[in-house]
Design a protein around this ligand. Structure first.
Ligand code: PLP
Length: 394
C-alpha cells in the first residue's frame, strides 16, 4: 500500500486538483517546480539553517514521566510548542517562503482562521522583506484580535472576508480570487495539507521534519526508532502528516488521528469530519468533508479554532479510509479537562488543539510496555482566555 501521493496527485481515491481554469497556470507552475526546488542542495542548506537558528529546531522529544505514570505507559511529547511563534505551522511557512523566492514571487497571500497561520506567514514575510496580505473572515477578525494585532505589527495587511459565514472558508475563497487576479507575482501560502495538488504533498514534506527528528530522538532515548503509537490532532492535518510521515510504511506503528467532536459528534456542533463527512470536493481537492445532501458545506464547530475545519486533507482521508490510521474524536469538555491535566502533571500549558491529542489517551487501547509519542502541536498562550473561563467556573 502506498500512502504518499501518486503521479497524478492522488492518495487512493482522494486528492487531485479540482480548480477553476483560471488557476491552472499557477498550479501547473508549482507542480512542475516544487520538487526540483525543495530538494536542491542550496535550498536545503538555507532551509535547514533557518529551521535550526530561527525556528529553534530540533524540537525536543520529552519523556513525560508524571504523565506516563498517570496513564500507566511510556509517553513522549514532541515539543512543537517550543518553535518560534509557538506551533508547527512555521515549519511550512519557512519552506514556502523560500520556495516563493526561488519562483521569483514578490507578493505573498494567505488565508487564516484563528490567525495562527496568518501570524506564521506574516512572520516569514517580515523575515524576508516581502509584501504580505492575509485574508481573514470578519467574524474571526473580531474574535481573534491579538493575532490580528500581531500580523499588523509584523507588517502584514489583514483583509476582511465579508461574504458567507465570514469565517475561514470565506477567507480561503477571497485568497483564491486574489491569486486568480495576480497570477505572476504572487505566491499563495496554504497553511495545512489541504488544497489542490501539489499543496498537500508539499506541506507534508515541509512538516515531515517532525518525524524525521522523532526517529533519531527515539533511538537515542529508547534504543529503537519506532514507537508503538503516534497520536496527533487533525484540523486540516499538517501536524499529524509531519508526525506520521517517516512512519507511514512501518505497519507496526499505530497512527491515531484525533478530531474535534465539539459539543458531541451528533450534536450538530462538531468538526468530526471522518465520522460525519462524505466524499466531495473542497478547496480544490477530493476528500472527506461535512456537507448537506445537496453538497453545501456544513459549518464546523470546535472550541479550538485550529480544528474548526469542515474537511480533512486528502492524505488523512486515505489513511483513515484504508485503515492505516485510526480516527478518534474528542469533545470540547474532554479537551479542556485534558489541557488542565497535562498542565498540572508536566508544567506545560498546551494549545487547545494539542489538548485533543492528549485526551485520546482515554479512548484508545494501549499496553503498559508501549512507547507512545504525542505530538504537542502548539503552546496554549493563545487559548488563555478559554482556560481562564474554566478556572473561574471551578
Ligand atoms: C493550526 C493548528 C492545528 C491544526 O492544523 P493541522 O494542519 O491539522 O495541524 C493544530 N494545532 C495547532 C497548535 C495549530 O495552530
Amino acid at each position: 500500500m502506498n500512502y504518499l501521493v501518486d503521479e497524478k496527485g492522488f492518495y487512493g481515491d482522494f486528492g487531485g486538483a479540482f480548480i477553476p481554469e483560471m488557476l491552472h497556470a499557477n498550479i501547473e507552475e508549482l507542480r512542475n517546480h516544487y520538487m526540483g526546488i525543495i530538494y536542491d542542495p542550496d535550498f536545503q542548506d538555507e532551509m535547514q539553517d533557518l529551521l535550526k537558528n530561527y525556528v529553534g529546531r530540533p524540537s525536543p522529544l520529552y519523556h513525560a514521566k508524571r504523565m506516563s505514570k498517570h496513564f500507566g505507559t511510556t509517553i513522549y511529547l514532541k515539543r512543537e510548542d517550543l518553535n518560534h511563534t509557538g506551533a508547527h505551522k512555521i515549519n511550512n511557512t519557512i519552506g514556502q517562503i523560500l520556495l516563493a523566492q526561488k519562483l521569483g514571487k514578490k507578493r505573498i497571500i494567505a488565508e487564516t482562521g484563528a490567525g495562527q497561520h496568518g501570524v506564521a506567514t506574516a512572520t516569514v514575510c517580515a523575515l524576508m522583506g516581502l509584501e504580505c496580505i492575509v485574508y481573514m473572515g470578519e467574524v474571526d477578525i473580531a474574535r481573534q484580535a491579538p493575532n490580528v494585532s500581531r500580523m499588523r505589527m509584523l507588517g502584514a495587511e489583514v483583509r476582511p472576508a465579508t461574504s458567507g459565514s465570514k469565517t475561514l472558508k470565506d477567507a480561503t475563497n477571497e485568497a483564491i480570487r486574489d491569486w486568480i487576479n495576480n497570477p505572476t507575482d504572487t505566491h499563495y501560502i496554504i497553511g495545512s495539507v489541504v488544497g489542490p495538488h501539489p499543496y498537500p504533498d508539499m506541506v507534508a514534506r515541509f512538516q515531515a521534519i517532525i518525524s524525521k527528528e522523532m526517529r533519531w530522538q527515539l533511538k537515542e532515548q529508547t534504543g529503537s526508532e519506532l514507537p508503538d503509537i503516534i497520536i496527533a490532532c487533525v484540523g486540516g492535518g499538517s501536524n499529524a502528516a509531519g508526525a506520521y510521515y517517516h512512519y507511514l510504511d512501518e505497519p507496526d506503528v499505530r497512527l491515531i488521528a484525533v478530531e474535534a467532536a465539539g459539543l458531541g459528534i451528533h450534536s450538530g456542533e462538531s468538526a468530526a469530519t471522518s465520522v460525519l463527512g462524505s466524499k466531495g470536493i473542497i478547496h480544490g481537492s477530493r476528500t472527506l468533508l461535512m456537507q448537506t445532501d445537496d453538497g453545501q458545506i456544513v459549518e464546523p464547530y470546535s472550541i479550538s479554532a485550529g480544528l474548526d475545519y469542515p474537511g480533512i486533507g486528502p492524505m488523512h482521508a486515505h489513511l483513515i479510509d484504508s485503515g492505516r490510521a485510526e480516527a478518534v474524536s474528542v469533545t470540547d469538555d474532554e479537551a479542556l479537562d485534558s489541557a488542565f491535566l497535562v498542565t498540572r502533571l508536566e508544567g506545560i500549558i498546551p494549545a487547545l488543539e494539542s489538548a485533543h491529542a492528549f485526551a485520546a489517551m482515554d479512548k484508545i487501547k494501549y499496553n503498559a510496555d508501549d512507547t507512545v509519542v504525542i505530538n504537542l502541536s502548539g503552546r496554549g498562550d493563545k487559548d488563555l482566555s478559554t482556560y481562564i473561563k474554566k478556572l473561574d467556573q471551578a
